[in-house]
Design a protein around this ligand. Structure first.
Ligand SMILES: NC(=O)C1=CN([C@@H]2O[C@H](COP(=O)(O)OP(=O)(O)OC[C@H]3O[C@@H](n4cnc5c(N)ncnc54)[C@H](O)[C@@H]3O)[C@@H](O)[C@H]2O)C=CC1
Ligand SMILES: O=C([O-])CC(=O)C(=O)O
Length: 345
């Protein structure tokens, strides 16, 4: 893999170590099963392709309410290690989840031009709640990675459903915000003429509008930026999803870059599960950093999910202001999610 992992020293992310692959024999021995829920969608298909190419995955279960079969047969013709199975329709959900070590959820409705991520709440809340319930029943120990929007509400929904079933472990439920981190690398590197793959910017907060907060003061490598550049980069990142929605003129939102970001996040979790130390990724999880009960921060990943939060680190006064503005919005999205889950079924 070409991406570099970040090492952790205290609360900061420094240096770079090359990623290691895994032999097919080792993968088979580890027997890692990954389930993709919403596998036939715009994100689901390329994400499943990237996971099929991941040597740590030995079984890939593709679940969708439609078209899962065709996608699985197609991917099954690739001569990489993972076996691929298709599961279509609600009555095949539990067999897709059975024995899964990791479940990734890109199921749900994407935005059309003019919509906000908040507009997706009602449609996607039902989908995520039903899928989370099936996970809580069938594979409560699995790492659960939620891509579906509104991430800021979907993670609280899944968490409440797990609590209802008495199987909640906050270290295992993630809202995938890696696309914000990937975009921040691109936008900063392009502005400064740097190598895109060698720039990392922690992005904290949540995954919608002003809750997306790039910590440009903590970029690696450290980059000097004027306040106007910081504000331009921040606002571009906060609007990046909308930039894609507009460019796709009614054909949905980011899919290919999201598949890349999702595959990177899953890959880091699997590497950490396998004992690889020092892996840090940002994700939206249960948090005690602020008044918002869930927050995206850099997380040190371990064998069972989150080993510990790396916290927010030293914030510039501008970043502090952004966080202050984000917390009420996050709290409202979290409350909506929790309320929905309380009344679910
Ligand atoms: N976290 C992030 O950074 C990002 C999140 N997203 C979100 O990801 C979600 C999916 O986006 P796309 O793949 O573009 O949408 P899509 O419409 O292309 O695919 C969604 C898939 O989910 C399936 N589906 C619907 N209900 C289901 C259910 N109950 N169980 C299983 N599968 C079900 C559909 O059949 C479809 O195949 C959207 O909510 C979108 O907003 C998109 C980009 C980035
Ligand atoms: O903006 C959207 O609707 C999809 C998304 O979350 C992103 O691209 O970051």
């Amino acid at each position: 893999m070409s991406r570099v992992a970040v090492r952790v020293v205290g609360r900061r992310l420094t240096g770079a170590v090359p990623r290691r692959g895994l032999s097919a024999a080792a993968a088979a021995q580890h027997g890692v099963k990954v389930a993709v829920l919403g596998a036939a969608g715009g994100i689901g298909q390329p994400l499943s392709l990237l996971l099929k190419m991941n040597a740590r995955v030995s079984r890939l279960a593709l679940y969708d309410i439609a078209r899962a079969h065709g996608v699985a047969v197609d991917l099954g013709h690739i001569n990489s290690h993972a076996s691929v199975s298709a599961h279509q329709g609600a009555n095949q959900l539990s067999e897709a989840l059975d024995g899964s070590h990791l479940v990734v959820v890109p199921a749900g409705v994407p935005r059309k031009p003019g919509m906000t991520r908040e507009d997706l709440f009602t449609m996607n809340a039902h989908i995520v709640a039903e899928l989370a319930e099936a996970c809580a029943i069938t594979c409560p120990q699995a790492l659960l990675c939620i891509i579906s929007n509104l991430v800021n509400s979907m993670v609280p929904i899944a968490s409440e459903i797990f609590k209802k079933h008495g199987v909640y472990d906050p270290k295992r439920i993630f809202g995938v915000t890696t696309l914000d981190v990937v975009r921040a690398s691109v936008f900063l590197a392009d502005l400064k003429g740097l190598d895109r793959s060698a720039v990392e910017v922690p992005v904290v907060g949540g995954h919608a509008g002003k809750t997306i907060i790039p910590l440009l003061s903590q970029s690696l490598p450290k980059v000097d930026l004027g306040q106007d550049q910081i504000e331009m980069l921040t606002s571009r990142l906060q609007e990046a999803g909308t930039e894609v929605v507009k460019a796709k003129v009614g054909e949905g939102s980011a899919t290919l870059s999201m598949a890349h970001a999702g595959a990177r996040f899953v890959s880091s979790l699997l590497e950490a599960s396998d004992g690889h130390k020092g892996l840090v990724e940002c994700a939206f999880v249960r948090s005690e950093e602020t008044e918002a009960a869930y927050l995206s921060t850099p997380l040190l990943l371990g064998k069972r999910g989150v080993e510990r939060s790396m916290g927010l680190g030293p914030l510039s006064s501008y970043e502090e202001k952004l966080l202050l503005a984000a917390v009420p919005e996050l709290k409202a999205a979290i409350r909506d999610g929790e309320e929905f889950a309380r009344n679910f079924k």
